[in-house]
Design a protein around this ligand. Structure first.
Ligand code: HEC
Length: 242
């Protein structure tokens, strides 16, 4: 049974990737999916040393975990194993792989389901975008490793809302801070609310985990030093809509 399920899961991953490549008009064949059944086991350290970012590799810590934290580790859902969620906690590589949902294909099925009672995240939260789903597929195909990378440069000089801040907020914050019931009553899908918390000091306090603020993101890794420096630079400029 398990083998069957794995096989159909891999077929689903492969065909969805093939579709994506087809849509993009790319002529490359999708790579074989080397899903190691021993993922997460053994004595391997959970976190590998950061390496320089390779554009052909999907990195769990920088690209996949932020999507999962922002969309699945929402308070009351997969932020702890204690909620009514089959004890599935999605706040780190360790908890994710420990739950077995990557290995048995359940994660893949959940984000691709058409049934509103089964799809993850559940409405009224927005579903993952096609890009986010494709990224998760690629990460699984590349072996679902706990990999991490460091970009060689951290540009804190040319920080703009549109070029730097908005993409970062979309990636790390909007899963919780958008939609019909945004967390903390703060919808960051437009500039206005972000400018508000930038101006009243809550943004700087929250991302630096200062004592009198609620640490943001509330679970998973803190923003990198580079990301925090970029936020602070933008706040220094007066948090403009540029
Ligand atoms: C997993 C869900 C989640 C994610 C991801 C998340 N937040 Fe929050 N955020 C919350 C919740 C819940 C609150 C309300 C906390 C409270 O009232 O104590 C909140 C409150 C805040 C506040 C107000 C904090 C305060 O002390 O008043 C700020 C500012 C904030 N978030 C910024 C961010 C930013 C910036 C990001 C992305 C880097 C982010 N959040 C990511 C759930 C999240």
């Amino acid at each position: 049974m398990r083998t069957m399920k794995n096989r159909s899961f891999l077929t689903a991953v492969t065909s969805s990737l093939a579709l994506l490549l087809l849509v993009q008009g790319c002529k490359h064949e999708p790579p074989e999916a080397p899903l190691d059944p021993g993922i997460g086991g053994g004595d391997d350290p959970w976190v590998e040393e950061p390496t320089p970012c390779d554009p052909n590799t999907i990195y769990f810590q920088q690209q996949v975990l932020p999507i999962l934290i922002s969309n699945c580790a929402v308070p009351g859902c997969h932020n702890t194993a204690a909620n009514d969620n089959d004890e599935i906690q999605i706040t780190s590589y360790e908890t994710l792989m420990g739950s077995g949902i990557v290995q048995d294909g359940d994660l893949w099925e959940a984000v691709n389901d058409n049934d509103p009672d089964k799809i993850m995240p559940r409405p009224p939260q927005s579903p993952l975008t096609a890009e986010q789903i494709a990224l998760i597929a690629q990460w699984i195909q590349q072996g679902a490793q706990n990999n991490s990378c460091e970009s060689a440069v951290c540009d804190t000089l040319n920080v703009t809302y549109a070029g730097t801040i908005r993409p970062m907020v979309q990636q790390r914050c909007q899963g919780c801070h958008s939609g019909a019931t945004p967390q903390g009553g703060l919808d960051f899908s437009t500039w206005g609310n972000l400018n508000l918390v930038a101006t009243d000091g809550r943004l700087a306090g929250a991302i630096q985990h200062q004592a009198t603020f609620t640490a943001m993101p509330p679970s998973g890794p803190m923003l990198s030093d580079c990301r925090i420096a970029q936020f602070l630079e933008w706040i220094d400029q007066g948090a403009p809509n540029n």
